[in-house]
Design a protein around this ligand. Structure first.
Ligand SMILES: O=C(O)CCC(=O)C(=O)O
Length: 195
């Protein structure tokens, strides 16, 4: 059974922060070994190895490497590769979600393995645009949803990391926030959408 140090779970102050802002940044919860295993799973997946084959890949992000495309996105990878499942289905994720959402059961709805290739900043590519994940899940009737962002490498500010807006319940299902692959060049415009 996978074990972890329970002091890594969100504490009262983390929970209050999450309630106010809609996000929370944990300490490093995965061991170097777990990250290494996930990276191995990523290599396996990208080289075409599958531990389990999806019955259907129609309609899901299932990119192959393409030099011109600076972001590669593949969905439902934890169902297809056991080493990626190890990190995506890790008990620390499940228990963190249960604590933050204050619920007994968690269902994993979706996962995404995303690679961003280095591009000169002037090119305005290789960056995931502002979006709310709910905008991509229109069939999901619940707003009680949570995304975990797990960097598999150290991410510096210069490289770009994940930025989050303060939670606004009104934006949860807005199709207008579906800007995953679109770079909004005018910050004011996306600020207005997220207000
Ligand atoms: O890694 C990214 O830039 C995108 C991640 C993302 O879209 C998400 O966590 O919902």
């Amino acid at each position: 059974m996978t074990t972890f140090n329970e002091s890594l779970l969100p504490n009262e102050s983390d929970i209050s922060h999450f309630k106010e802002y809609g996000w929370y940044c944990s300490d490093a919860v995965f061991s170097d070994k777990e990250i290494k295993t996930a990276l191995q799973g990523m290599e396996e997946f990208y080289s075409g190895k599958r531990d389990n084959k999806l019955a259907n890949t129609l309609g899901i992000a299932n990119d192959t490497h393409n030099d011109k495309q600076k972001i590669r996105n593949n969905e439902f990878v934890t169902l297809q590769n056991n080493n990626l499942k190890q990190i995506g289905w890790h008990p620390v994720i499940k228990q963190t979600a249960q604590i933050l959402m204050d619920c007994k059961a968690i269902r994993l709805f979706s996962d995404s393995l995303i690679s961003k290739y280095p591009v000169p900043t002037s090119k305005n590519q290789g960056i995931v645009g502002w979006h709310s994940d709910k905008a991509y899940w229109p069939t999901c009737s619940s707003n009680n949803l949570l995304t975990f962002w797990i960097p598999l490498q150290d991410c510096t500010i210069e490289m770009g990391t994940c930025s989050l807006y303060k939670w606004q319940s009104s934006m949860a299902s807005k199709r207008a926030t579906a800007f995953f692959l679109i770079q909004l060049t005018k910050p004011r415009r996306h600020e207005a959408i997220f207000k």
